[in-house]
Design a protein around this ligand. Structure first.
Ligand code: SF4
Length: 328
């Protein structure tokens, strides 16, 4: 049996000091990390509990944006009046994820760091998983790949990021605020998660000892025309086969700006500015939306069981844009 030290941080400085220790991991709601520890997938030696250091607040920013504390619970964020009013895309995505009980516990920071639900990663009976054991291979490549990536994968890993929240945050140009031994840094959401490359065991650009303290949302632009579409095998408590966060800034029937992020298709939320630019300055139409979808998925590569995802994703983009265009 492996012993684990549990330490409750009393403030930010204390948390950062504790987080420097070898084998330390920060603990938020524990809905993913504790599961992985029970499953023998993750083996931290020290758990640093961040629940009592005041990182659960949601605050307006001077520039009109919103700061969501890293320890804000998913339920509280989804139901916050300013989130519902100005960032309905985020509220929809959060409420599409997990179950009410899990959302009551899960936090913003934990959701950002959620690990893949690839069954070969979470089930240690399968020895080949480069994400769990670097250099061991990838059982999913020759295994059951229905839930796996169609874009951005590598020969080392074809897993997808499982979060709904992350997809909405990517579309909204959120910024992840991080504190570490060298001070604070701000990481644009599209740079926070990594593609797998040859090092799929590294999910994000966080360094050891760095701690997510908040997510900043820019001043709202997409409150009236936003839609989160999640397609999955059952109506609730299931991960996305494909999801789309679509956000439009409209001038009458014409698109001023568009944001499209895909979930369930890659190791990170999938965005492409060229596809969004294709919509800007034009009336929203099925034809143009389909062109944007094709561009977004250019280079898609299916695996044995997931070719259907390419057409599903294209159609989902068109439908999400149409619904977003109809307005709140
Ligand atoms: Fe592991 Fe990635 Fe392969 Fe899944 S897809 S078995 S997480 S290396």
């Amino acid at each position: 049996m492996q012993s684990i030290f549990y330490e409750r941080a009393t403030d930010m400085d204390h948390a950062l000091r504790l987080g420097q220790q070898p084998g330390a991991a920060f603990l938020g709601g524990g809905t993913n990390l504790i599961d992985l520890m029970k499953g023998d997938v993750e083996h931290p030696q020290r758990l640093i509990d961040l629940s009592h250091i005041g990182l659960d607040r949601i605050l307006e920013l001077p520039d009109g944006g919103l700061r969501i504390g890293a320890l804000a619970r998913n339920t509280d964020t989804a139901n916050h009046a300013l989130v519902r009013l100005h960032y309905p895309l985020l509220a929809q995505a959060l409420l599409a994820g997990a179950s009410p009980q899990l959302r009551n516990m899960a936090t913003t920071g934990g959701n950002l760091l959620q690990r893949t639900r690839c069954a070969y990663f979470t089930e240690t009976a399968f020895s080949a998983c480069n994400k769990r054991t670097p250099g061991s291979g990838c059982a999913a490549m020759q295994g059951f790949s229905r839930m796996h990536a169609i874009v951005g994968a590598s020969d080392s890993c074809i897993a997808v990021n499982p979060s709904d929240m992350n997809v909405a945050l990517a579309a909204l140009d959120a910024v992840v605020v991080v504190a570490g031994p060298q001070g604070e840094r701000r990481i644009p959401m599209h740079q926070f998660h990594r593609l797998p490359g040859s090092t799929p065991h590294i999910d994000t650009v966080l360094e050891h000892g760095e701690m997510i303290i908040a997510v900043d949302l820019p001043a709202p632009q997409f409150a009236r025309h936003a839609h989160y579409l999640k397609l999955r095998d059952r109506a609730s408590y299931a991960f996305a086969l494909v999801s789309v966060a679509a956000a439009l800034d409209m001038d009458g029937g014409t698109v001023r700006q568009a944001r499209i992020a895909l979930g369930g298709v890659a190791h990170k939320p999938w965005r492409m500015q060229e596809a969004e630019a294709l919509l800007a300055g034009h009336p929203l139409s099925e034809e143009r939306s389909a062109q944007a979808a094709r561009l977004l998925l250019a280079g898609a590569r299916p695996y044995k069981d997931n070719e259907f995802k390419i057409e599903l994703a294209r159609r989902a983009v068109v439908r999400a844009l149409r619904t977003a265009g109809e307005g709140a």
